[in-house]
Ligand binder design. Sequence first.
Ligand SMILES: [Zn+2]
Length: 238
Amino acid sequence: MLRRRTDRAGRSHRETHQSGRAGWLRAAVLGSDDAIVSTASLVIGVLASSASLAATLVAGAAGLVAGAMSMAVGEYVSVSSQRDAEQADIARETQELVRDPQAELHELATIYRKRGIEEGLALKVAEQLSAHDRLGSHMRDELGIDQASLARPLQAAWISATSFASFALVPLAALLASPPGLRLPIVGALSLASLAALGALGAHLGGAPLGRATLRVTLGGALAMTVTAALGRLLGTL
Ligand SMILES: [Zn+2]
């Protein structure tokens, strides 16, 4: 994950650390928007058709499970193909290292030379790093694959499913907690408030301006809820 560098050397160190943590945190926050918007819209659409609490709850819970499963499957498929590409690269590199270790050593030295290290030293660096961890240094410096952040499909699937399911609980909890006459406005208001808070958190983690990101996600959510409410009301009269 490459991030904009600051010209102040003192700050760039801290920011590099922050970007490492922000990666999965930001993915979880962005996935949570989906969970709140889709579940709240579903609940509001069903409520607007004047369905009973039980029917609305069944629809909302089904939406939670369906959303979490589809997030998990989607994430598993996409991260798996990323992992397949990584594994193919690593297998090819391993073969090349066996077939022509000398050429690979010079390839590594050339990479360091292009990064600004003087020729003799570049070869020395390549030799010492190869003696320490040959495949590791080729993966890192030639392929750009970090062993600590290899693609993990099951972990990615599990994180996005859990994140979706927990945030989809917000509109469902609001539905259960609100008095009969006020269900629709309370579900809408609490869901929009959570969206705004998450939008601000996501912008903060990404180092973006807070106002615009918050407004965007809140307006998008409000639009989705208004459309499903109108549709629910319309279909409810059939
Ligand atoms: Zn190589």
